[in-house]
Write a protein of this length. Structure first.
Length: 331
């Protein structure tokens, strides 16, 4: 049976789709990221092979891909969703060239690793609710900050007749603060409603530097640790994994992280490291030791982010709470 390997690069407005078939030239099409676009895509694929011979592979791109996931699931068409870091590790994607090039690389990845790809299941209803509430919390936090900072800065500088405005602003900020706290309580209640998710959450929360928000976001982006096989893969997704910058004998650049990243995850890990540097003695000792060795503090902080993720994956893999003797993977 000859397969048609389909690679789909998903963006907000459209899908770039490439197909690879042993007996035919590679094909390419761009369709809208809408139901009518999905129908056009299926009609286009049916001209190339029977549905049962399709092997569809998408790069995980978050919310933009969910309408397509839902549509394919309703049509009972199997598809695989793979993290971009996994695809990069399997076959080089030339980032920045074009979406067409990326979709072809994904199709070639599907062909190369066909035996290892597993059909994707839509996230459980619980994870969908978590995503929705977490996104809403983000909007409330941004609204709170947008009011909080100007009101604080205006203290002592604004005319007296603006005091009423500042007081009103403070009332709104306090209202938002209470709503955010209430929302976080709702998020935890949803997590606690499912035994498997509760187990993951409770394990993550035993790791120093991980709070409610970070634990929730990790559950969302990893789909309860089913999307990523290792902390290294998740570190690549979060843009904190270091890569060599070398080519032959002429280019000998510094090891650096990729600019292509989940900036939310990166920010949450940065916050976790900052907490550790204040409250976690082994982390403080490690930081001071590396500073004394002449290491740049940004490099040390990035190493600590990686160690934090490694510790999280360790407690999930071992299915055991964090052990203080483990020293947060700091050595």
């Amino acid at each position: 049976m000859k397969k048609l390997f389909v690679g789909i690069d998903v963006s907000k407005l459209w899908l770039d789709v490439s197909t690879v078939h042993n007996d035919q030239p590679n094909q390419y099409i761009r369709v809208d990221n809408t139901k009518s676009g999905f129908r056009s895509l299926l009609n286009w694929l049916k001209k190339q092979a029977k549905v049962e011979n399709w092997l569809i592979c998408l790069e995980h791109t978050g919310i933009y891909a969910q309408p397509l996931w839902q549509y394919l699931t309703e049509k009972r068409i199997p598809f695989s969703v793979v993290a971009g870091t996994v695809i990069n590790a399997g076959i080089a994607i030339k980032r920045g060239k074009s979406d067409k090039v990326d979709s072809l690389a994904i199709a070639k990845f599907a062909k190369r690793y066909a035996d290892e790809l597993k059909p994707h299941r839509l996230p459980a209803e619980l994870l969908k609710r978590l995503k929705m509430l977490f996104a809403y919390r983000d909007r409330l936090v941004k609204a709170k900050v947008s009011l909080e900072v100007p009101a604080t800065e205006a203290e002592g500088y604004s005319p007296k007749d603006s005091s009423e405005m500042r007081e009103d602003c403070k009332e709104v900020v306090e209202f938002l603060r209470l709503r955010i706290k209430r929302l976080e309580k709702m998020i935890v209640e949803i997590i606690k409603s499912d035994p498997d998710t509760t187990k993951c959450y409770d394990l993550i929360m035993t790791v120093p530097g991980i709070g409610i928000v970070t634990a929730c976001y990790l559950l969302i982006v990893t789909e309860c640790f089913s999307l990523f096989k290792s902390s290294r893969q998740l570190a690549c997704y979060g843009g904190i994994a270091p890569f060599e910058h070398t080519s032959g004998s002429s280019i000998r650049g510094k090891t650096r992280v990729s600019a292509k990243a989940d900036k939310k995850l990166k920010a949450l890990l940065s916050r976790g490291v900052s907490t550790l540097l204040i409250h976690h003695l082994p982390t403080k000792d490690y930081f001071e030791r590396k500073i004394a060795e002449g290491k740049h503090q940004n490099l040390i902080r990035n190493n600590l982010k990686n160690k934090l993720l490694h510790t999280v994956f360790s407690v999930i893999r071992r299915s055991e709470p964090y052990d203080p003797c483990y020293r947060l993977a700091v050595h």
